[in-house]
Design a protein around this ligand. Sequence first.
Ligand SMILES: Nc1ncnc2c1ncn2[C@@H]1O[C@H](COP(=O)(O)OP(=O)(O)OP(=O)(O)O)[C@@H](O)[C@H]1O
Length: 924
Amino acid sequence: MSKTVVPPDRPGAEPEVRIFRPTNRHYNSIRVDNGPTEQHECWGYQSCISHTILYHFLGICTFGVVYVLLSWFPVWLATVKFRRCSVADADTILLQDHHKHFHLCKIQRQVATEKSHNLCPELKDYSFLQSSVEDKRVFEKLKYPNGVNGLHVKENTCIFRCFDFRYSRYVWVQAEETFKLLTGMVPGVSCSELSAKHLGVSDEHRQQKLRLFGRNVIEIATPSVPKLLFEEVLNPFYCFQTFCIVLWSLDNYYIYATCVLLISLFGISLSLYETRKQRLRLRDMVRKSSTNSKVLLMKDNGDFAECLPETLVPGDIICIPVHGCLMPCDAVLIEGNAIVNEAVLTGESAPVTKISLNVGDTEKFSVEEHKRHILFHGTTVIQTRYYEGAHVRAVVLETGFYTVKGDLFKSILYPKPIDFKFHRDALRLIGCMAFISCCGMCYSIYIYNDHGEDIWKIILRALDLVTIVVPPALPAALTVGIVYSQRRLKQQKIFCIQPSRINACGKIKLVCFDKTGTLTEEGLDLMGVIPAENGHLAKIVEDVKQLPPSHPLVVGMATCHSLTLVNGKLTGDPLDLKLFESTDWEINEPHQTGQEGNAVFNSLIPTTVNPRRTAEEGANETSEEITDPMLGQIGIVKQFPFSSGLQRMSVITRELSQDCFSVFTKGSPERVFSLSRPDTIPNNFHRTLHLYAHQGYRVIALAKRTLEPKVSFLQMSRFKRDEVERDLTFVGLMVMRNSLKPSTHGVIADLNRADIRTVMVTGDNLLTAISVGRDCGMVKKEENIVIVDVMSPDDRMHSAAHILWRASNSSLSTSQLSLAGDSLAENSLSEGAPSRAASANEFLIEMSRPRFHFALTGRSFSSLVEFFPELISKILVRGTIFARFSPEQKTELVERYIDLQYIVGMVGDGANDCGVSFEWSRTY
Ligand SMILES: Nc1ncnc2c1ncn2[C@@H]1O[C@H](COP(=O)(O)OP(=O)(O)OP(=O)(O)O)[C@@H](O)[C@H]1O
């Protein structure tokens, strides 16, 4: 620590003594967090006159060759042009990204606030900045008497250091002596803190934040043609080509040199044209999904004012219009609900219901876990639902490139470099050739010299050898090839956002398919419902209308969904739509029927459903029914939307003429089974599920719970998901037909012919997936499927982790599955038993003789990863059916295949495949 005496601000005032923490004066590097999983490394550099002179001297002396060479190698450029120093003192940093690529970034100094004494309360969200500013304030002021970035440095002005890298800003945190990625969302903020926000941000605070975060725009720079040309021409291959053309011209090979020149010019122009077109298309895409419409902003005094979307900053409170809007930022709903179309992010156009944050939820807020409360930038709000007289309000979380949409565009602009073996081998080959040409060069110099040739000829001949060994027209040929394939793909309506990956696609060895909506039709047909009666699943009822309207299965099908009326048309998840339509009930949304402002529950206006009345029923209505319009109407008062990971959705409903609330949960039979009271599970549940799933039907289960009459509306509105989804009463099953798409067979057959493995990874039931896998030709008739059940250790049963191998059909004889006399049932492998592990290996080898496929569920996959990591690769190379996989597991599976050196393609259609596709497009 060192004490510094700072001159007084006012005449007569005492000089201030400030204590500075020692900064890291060593030349070591620092690590910079770039999100939860990525880290950059930084080294500090400072401009210095001697280095600058050296740099320009070398550049001028070599006619610009040094400038060009150093622009390819940032580490050398930093060494030659700057002086090394600690990161705390640097004005330029050398940054190594998590792909191990180097970049040079200039450090900027920004003014944080004009009134430092207001800094603490105002910028309390950015306490890290505060420490940075506070420690440096006086020091910086003395250093920059003439102002920073055109802003006059007034008394008490604070300055912070930052650098921008790939549309993200990193801010220097003095207390931690590191740079931190700037995020709008305050790290560690709780849901209750966010939902308790009732007033907007002061104008002054907004100005400061605007300076910190920049304008709320996603502006993709389109480099000018000369800039692109410069970047394109300044690539080592084209420079080598120029060298060859000059050499051949000097050697009188005019025609050959002209030909290569023309080919190269053609290649460069074509690649320039395509690159620019690509950038322009991307820019237009961003613009199309952005909005310029004014936003209603809540001010710090509670008033509302209109503002331009580009001036929004994190922490602002905005009002979502009743009739929807295009979201200008990422914001979390704190009041009211919204129906959103997220197709721009997920590809799924079914409306998604977003609900406001629970007041009093002390949980830490996280984008992943609280997605259902977040309205994402670029998505369309179709409608809003609100408390009477209140606005639908949301707190801005992130703006501009910091939003999820911004992330998506950043990943397109800066894809993960492809580590392609082919590229590495090509470079090795060029290296070998260069070595051979060097040997040849030395030999020819020796021979020509021996023959007494003149020096000019010796140089020409020696260099000639290099140009012969390394083919100079290679880059032009590659460019033309890629552009041509891109055009052919476009004719097939296949658009490629990264043309350089086309070459890699030719090397795909395995394609993972999602099932529903990809291999099978998006729309499902309801085959029938199976109500549970007296602890038994009765016969299938094909027409739901045959059941009484008050039957819990019918009420559940009519209420447990997230359907909504958009312009009078019922829209939502196709599965929910089919189930609802089969009940012949109708749905009413108050603001759709012009009852805006009518509060059915005094505060919340819910969606209501009721059985459609036939003309005959209408005529026979009793006077009581006519006077009480609420009779028979059921309000959907709270929704827990469908989640792929949870495999279920729930609603809380109330019959308007009654007092108590009911819960309906609909989801995968396994999940509903685990949430239901055991005494309510029908005795033939497993048998019935097996029967239908085995034939490829999609089976959904429904369960119900009636909440106690004393539960008030307020208590109900505060219920968390796990508080209501328990102790359910099993109600019945819904069986749906899920037929293959007409093109599926052909595509799988084509891939099989091309010797590309096909794999299904789905969220659906294992038996349904196996059946679809057989139907589409992924598993041939004569081939067998072995189900791998990996059991976790069970303390109660005193059993270790073990694997059970089961045949999926009876055609697989026990002798085929048995090994060394073990019967199928006994063929289990226990953790920590080496002798058994060896037998498992043999077992797997045995399996591969006739063609076998493995099928496993997400739960078994997790246990396999945890308890038998050594078997993963063996199971994956034979694995074809992966069922009940959560979106995260789908991503993990693709990564595991990549680790096994497969080049993987992923075909999916919905939000639950987005993680994989997004990851894959970055990973490969
Ligand atoms: N709208 C819904 N309501 C309740 N449960 C559903 C709904 N949609 C699907 N499910 C259940 O959740 C499970 C997982 O769904 P998910 O969307 O992850 O995968 P999937 O649609 O079955 O298959 P795929 O991954 O091939 O698209 C489904 O198998 C089904 O049992």
